[in-house]
Design a protein around this ligand. Structure first.
Ligand code: GTP
Length: 635
């Protein structure tokens, strides 16, 4: 059973259908593989370009908005500076106004002065109404100068006037002084009331970076992301040092509202993109992986700036590779990422977007995968159709052709003509071959029928000819009597039979004289005449024994009747009236003498012939024209 299955499987492998399908499948796979690979590389490039373009477009629009925002802050820092200087100049012209300071400030702890809390909650003093303003003057050893107090008051008035204008846009507007003092406008945070009594503002980079010793070029600048422990929030601060005649008076400053700026910069347009905003030192200003709400508050005494070792490492690596350039797109850098680098000019920040290359590959794979799956389905469908068509139009007809060829080989021409018309659905060349087979088969049938007919005719003719030949072989040419060979054969046969036969030997009397006198030809005619008589009387039993000798082999059922028939021959031959005037016998007609002997059991042909010949000799001696019987059959 298994063997048969195996043979069938082997047979199936050899069929045209299977071979064609295997070849088509193989080629289809190769084509699909090549097309998918080409498609993948084209799509990969397109996907990469498209993602980079999308990211760049997004970055540009964010940067534009952010730049505007930062420009706005920087511009307003200038306004803040101008207003402060204007008021400072006015206040300098009224030195007695310094007395107000003593009325407004109170010592909350030894050496620490703060603006009374009424200025935060709302109070009217002199020419103005104050609200949202707090102030902190850290511990100091030296007595406060009048000029310092005027600066504090000028800053306080400036903030009270301009601060509300930026409410909602910035987290806080403030002036810091290099003498460890800070005046802030903010309705949300009473910073000056809350600042730690031991706070040394100039120890923090926020203010430190504006000191003349730290910043001799007097450049304004942005801090990195840091936690304002007093305000209790993470922020960025813009600081603009304000000097007059080489004296560092104050810093006009804004604490940025991070939620808008950083969220604008670091929101993910694509879920897998990470965005980093780093300052010029590589410190993190913002990143898409930071949630400010969830950032832990640094422990007091620790550095308050935000640290991200990985982002900083990326920054320094880019810097070292000289890739920190405007509009730089860096491939395969840092764990197979695409990095898009942009510069935020106002702040001097670097905006870096990282997108995983693997993500692009995955996206690029989708289209070729869809193409491949679609291709496979299409190829399968085509294969099924091709299989069905090949089976119907090629395989089946070919198998049938093979069967028809076998029929032709087996000479079943009728079956070829009959079956090939009915059983197979052939088209095209196969139909032509089948038609050719049918034509050949029909011709063979016609040829066979003709041949059979001719063979029949020839056979009949041959049989006739054979019969004639046989007859001629057993007849005497001159007399048409059975010849000597027939006589010998029949005598041997009759001797073997049970039947009762007589041998009659005859000899024409004085035939030499007849020949000599009438001619040999007349002798032949006479011989034919006597033979004709015997043939008519004993047809099938009369023989020419030799020369002028004749013989009869007669079946005897009635002895007497046979005797009479034999005796009557003398008279009948006399009646033929063949003239023989030269005969030595009494009558002038040609006559015949006969000797008769029976075929006895145990006789040889010679025995019988000898006995009949003895009787014939007797008849001749007795004068001829008579019959002599053996003694057994005398009566
Ligand atoms: N025309 C002719 N003559 C034949 C043929 N066969 C034998 N003979 C002749 O028959 C003759 C026989 O002669 P014989 O044997 O002497 O006998 P016979 O003359 O008949 O004498 P008896 O027998 O004693 O009566 C010969 O002359 C033969 O030539 C034959 O086919 N045609």
């Amino acid at each position: 059973m298994d063997r048969r299955k195996h043979d069938r499987a082997q047979q199936a492998k050899k069929t045209v259908t299977t071979k064609l399908l295997l070849q088509i499948s193989g080629w289809a796979c190769v084509v699909l593989l090549c097309a998918s690979t080409i498609h993948f590389f084209l799509t990969y490039e397109r996907a990469k370009t498209s993602i980079i373009q999308t990211l760049q477009f997004d970055i540009d629009s964010r940067l534009e908005r952010s730049q505007l925002f930062l420009s706005y802050i920087e511009k307003n820092a200038e306004n803040l500076e101008k207003e402060f200087l204007r008021r400072y100049d006015i206040f300098l012209d009224h030195p007695d106004w310094a007395e107000r300071f003593d009325a407004w400030y109170e010592e909350t702890s030894p050496g620490v002065l703060r603006l009374k809390s009424d200025f935060y909650h709302g109070v009217s003093f002199y020419e103005g109404y104050f609200r949202g303003v707090t102030s902190f003057i850290g511990p100091h050893q030296q007595p406060l100068t009048q000029e310092f107090k005027l600066r504090i008051l000028a800053a306080q008035h400036t903030l009270n006037k301009l601060g509300p204008a930026w409410e909602g846009l910035v987290a806080g507007t403030h002036f810091s002084l290099p003498e460890n003092a800070l005046i802030q406008y903010s309705l949300e945070h009473p910073w000056g009331l809350l600042a730690d009594k031991n706070l040394v503002i100039t120890d923090f980079s926020v203010v430190k970076s504006t000191l003349q010793s730290e910043n001799p070029e007097r450049r304004p600048g942005w801090t990195g992301l840091y936690h304002d422990t007093t305000a209790g929030y993470w922020t960025l601060t813009y600081q603009k040092p304000v000097d007059r005649d080489g004296q560092h008076l104050v810093n006009a400053s804004f604490d940025v509202r991070l939620d808008w700026l950083i969220n604008n910069l670091t929101a993910r347009p694509k879920p897998n993109a990470e965005h980093f905003v780093l300052n010029s030192k590589g410190e993190v200003v913002g990143a898409s992986n930071i949630r400010f709400q969830s950032l832990s508050v640094p422990v007091i005494g620790e550095a308050t700036s935000y640290k991200d070792a990985q982002a900083t490492a990326m920054f320094h690596a880019l810097e070292a590779a000289n890739k920190l350039k405007e509009n730089a797109v860096v491939y395969g850098f840092l764990s197979e990422q695409i990095l898009i680098v942009q510069h935020i000019e106002n702040a001097g920040w670097w905006y870096i977007t990282a997108y995983p290359l693997g993500e692009i590959r995955s996206k690029a794979l989708i289209a070729p995968l869809q193409f491949t799956i679609g291709g496979v389905i299409l190829v399968l469908f085509i294969l099924v159709v091709v299989y069905w068509l090949i089976r119907r139009d090629v395989s089946k007809p070919l198998r049938y052709l093979s069967k028809v060829a076998n029929m032709v080989d087996a000479k079943n021409y009728n079956e070829v003509v009959r079956e090939s018309k009915e059983k197979v659905h052939a088209r095209g060349e196969v139909e032509l071959v089948l038609q050719a087979f049918r034509t050949v088969a029909a011709r063979f049938i016609r040829a066979q029928e003709q041949l059979e007919h001719e063979v029949k005719e020839r056979t009949a003719e041959l049989e006739e000819a054979n019969k004639e030949l046989d007859r001629l072989a057993h007849l005497d040419g001159l007399t048409s009597l059975l010849n000597r060979r027939s006589f010998d054969r029949d005598l041997r046969n009759h001797l073997r039979e049970e039947g009762h036969y007589w041998l009659v030997l005859g000899d024409i009397d004085d035939f030499k004289l007849f020949n000599d006198n009438y001619g040999h030809e007349a002798g032949d005619v006479a011989l034919q005449t006597i033979a004709g008589y015997l043939n008519s009387k004993f047809h099938g039993h009369a023989y020419r024994y030799g020369g002028e000798e004749l013989a009869l082999l007669l079946p005897v059922s009635d002895t007497q009747a046979q005797r009479e028939a034999i005796l009557s021959m003398i008279h009948d031959i006399e009646c033929l009236e063949i003239p023989h005037e030269f005969s030595s016998r009494p009558h002038p007609f040609l006559g015949v003498s006969f000797g008769v002997a029976p075929l006895l059991p145990g006789d040889s042909p010679e025995d019988v012939i000898r006995r009949a010949d003895e009787r014939l000799y007797e008849a001749k001696n007795a004068g001829g024209k008579q019959v002599k019987f053996c003694p057994f059959i005398a009566h």
